[in-house]
Every structure is written in C-alpha cells, then in structure tokens.
Design a protein around this ligand. Structure first.
Ligand code: OGA
Ligand code: NI
Length: 365
C-alpha cells in the first residue's frame, strides 16, 4: 500500500491509476506522440520475456507466406486457385491475394480516410472515444487496455458493418463514404473467399455463406504512430482472430508478423494486395483442416504512422450452434472440438486479454 492507500502492483507503481488516466485523457497514443514525448510512458513497457520474443527470429531464407493471384476466378483456373487457397489455409493460415477485383484507388482511398480520422485534432476524435460498442462506432486505444499487462503502441477506430451497420450519422464524417464503399467491396470479395475456402474443404461453394459467415462483419482501423522507443513496447500483441476469416488492408510501412513453424515471418506489404487469414471459428468448423495462427505487429520504428484496416467475418447467427462440420468428421478423424453457441464464444474472446491461444483450447475435446 502506498501512503495514499492505493495499491502498488508488482511493477512498483500504481499502474491501474496511470492506465485510467491515459484512458480518461482520450488522447490515444497519437495524442501522446503529438505532445512531443521522447520516451514512452511506463504503462506501455512490456516485460523483458515478451520483448525478447520480438527480437528478429525470421530465418534469412524462410519462405514467405503465399501470394495468390485471383484473376479469372470463374474460368478453368478456379481449380488451381482453390488448391492454392486450401494449401495456404492448411499450412500457413495466412496468405495475400492480388487481382482480387478491388481497384487500387479504392484501397488507397480507404487507407487515407482511416488515416485522416486518426490525424484529426484530439477534440474532434474525443467525441468518438468510448469502449462500449452500443452505437456501432467507437474509437479507443488498446481494446484490452484494462486486462493486458502492458499497453501497446496503437489506436483503433472500430465499426460494426453488418448485419446492422452503424447509423451513417454516427460514423465520423472524414471516413464515412470510404468505409461504406469498403464494406460493399468486402461483402463481394468475402463471398468469393468463402466460396474458395468451402471448396478447399471439399464442401459446396455456398456452405460457409449458408452458415451466415459473411453477414456478421466488423472493422477495425488500426493506427500505429511512430514510436520513440520501439524496443520497449509492441504495436499489437500476439493473438489469433476469433472469427471465420479476416481481410486486412495494410499500407506500405510493414511490421505485421505471422507465426509459422515456431518462427515469425514478415507479412511484407505488397502493393495492391490484401492479406487474408483464417480465424479460430473456421479452424474449429473445419475440424482443424485449416489453421488459425498467431500474429502480431512490431511497434512502429519509422517516422511515418502505419495504418492497417481489418474486416472480421463472423456468423450473424449468434444463437446458432457451431462445431466441427459433420462432413469433416469421421472415425479416422473424430471431432476435435465440442459444440457451442457463437454468442458464448465471442463473449469469452472479449473478456480475455488478446494475448494467447486460450479460446480454441477452451473448446478442445
Ligand atoms: C487485428 C490484426 C493486424 C494489423 O486487428 O486483428 O491482426 O496489421 N491487425 O493491424
Ligand atoms: Ni488479428
């Protein structure tokens, strides 16, 4: 106990109080950087064991995650594309796609709009600063600020896209039209991807869509400001995504890494490409044919901020029961997970800190 009666934690200071002060300030990490600091506040300093894992371990000749060309998707190339997608989902859980049909001006506009949101004056952004998702729009720093051991060098604009999108009036004006346009693009592309992923499991193309996996969409617009001490913190701690699949649009800065065979591979920005990854729910539905893998983002050491926009595809049928599909269960390969309701599953995700693989393990038989 300190003299004033507050609890001093193992860090040797009242961390909870400093975390709350940062949250109440509504400054976000961007606001801290704008105030001109040259060292990072101690609530952002990660323990040495975590920082050590962030040291480069990428093998010099490690194979990169696959890049798949989606052109002529509905021609006789489809079989080969399905094979590539299926192989990438089984071996890496991550891949990039090119020639996906979204024009590069749309990619650039979407990035620019989310960047513009984060670069507005603090007073403007503060109106959106909240942790509740009731309105379908929120801006905050660190989704797990109150449950993690250390904060990360990142701010986020979060938005519900479907089945009930945030009301247009509640969406920040600087990015309103661009995000609406992005949502339409992802709806179309998401349907194609779910088709390829279903076929890659030997199922009819419509299977995942019929399970409503396209309809529960949410977006996060992550902003990684330049970090004055990138060796002491991280941009995003290691985690896997809970849903079915994630479509990520990243700018040219880089810093995203994916775990593969116990090493971390860089997901190098490819101009015009999108990054796709399998989520925990698809790993479970596919009875582990497809892998949901850990990924993380380094604290941004550059002078320019990094922007990355993720759209998460989840089932809209939240009361529905999910588990390994009977088609993928046999006496040779029994179900690896028990069944559960999606509502319960996603609640469990939001209650825990991001770090760690505990979600799928909880449902393992
Ligand atoms: C995420 C994620 C990666 C990035 O939001 O789940 O993994 O580069 N984002 O921001
Ligand atoms: Ni993620």
């Amino acid at each position: 106990m300190a003299a004033n009666g507050t609890l001093i934690g193992e860090q040797g200071y009242d961390r909870a109080e400093e975390v709350k002060q940062f949250d109440d300030s509504k400054l976000g990490v961007k606001g801290l950087v704008d105030s001109g600091l040259s060292s990072i506040p101690r609530i952002f300093i990660h323990p040495p064991e975590i920082l050590q894992q962030f040291q480069p371990t990428t093998r010099p000749n490690a194979q990169p995650i696959p890049t798949i060309d989606l052109s002529d998707l509905h021609s006789d190339r489809r079989c080969s594309i399905v094979d590539q997608v299926s192989g990438a989902c089984r071996n890496f859980g991550f891949f990039q796609i090119t020639n996906h049909g979204i024009p590069s001006v749309v990619l650039d506009r979407t990035i620019a709009a989310v960047k513009a949101f984060h670069e507005q004056p603090t007073e403007v952004k503060a109106r959106f600063y909240r942790r509740e998702m009731g309105l379908g729009v929120s801006y905050f720093s660190n989704i797990d600020l109150y449950t993690s051991k250390a904060a990360s060098w990142r701010d986020t604009l979060q938005m519900r896209l479907s089945p009930v999108p945030a009301a247009a009036d509640d969406v920040p004006e600087v990015c309103r039209d661009e995000i609406a346009a992005w949502n339409r693009q992802i709806q179309r592309l998401g349907e194609e991807l779910l088709g390829l992923m279903s076929e890659g499991l030997g199922l009819p193309a419509e299977k995942l869509k019929e399970m409503t996996c396209l309809e529960g969409r949410a977006m996060v617009g992550n902003y990684y400001p330049p970090c004055p001490q990138p060796d002491l913190t991280v941009g995003l701690t290691s985690h896997s995504d809970p849903g079915v699949l994630t479509v990520l649009l990243q700018d040219h800065i880089g810093g995203l890494q994916v775990k593969h065979d116990d090493a971390w591979l860089d997901v190098k920005p490819v101009s015009g490409a999108l990054v796709i990854n399998v989520g925990d729910l698809l790993q479970i539905i596919s009875n582990e044919e497809y892998k949901s893998v850990d990924h993380r983002v380094m604290a941004n050491p550059q002078h320019e901020a990094r922007v990355a926009i993720a759209v998460f595809l989840n089932p809209s049928n939240r009361e529905g029961v999910f588990g390994p599909l009977p088609e993928l269960v046999s006496s040779e390969k029994p179900a690896l997970y028990r069944e559960f309701k999606f509502t319960e599953f996603i609640m469990r995700f939001f209650k825990k800190e991001l770090n760690g693989k505990s979600l799928v393990n909880y449902y393992k038989l």
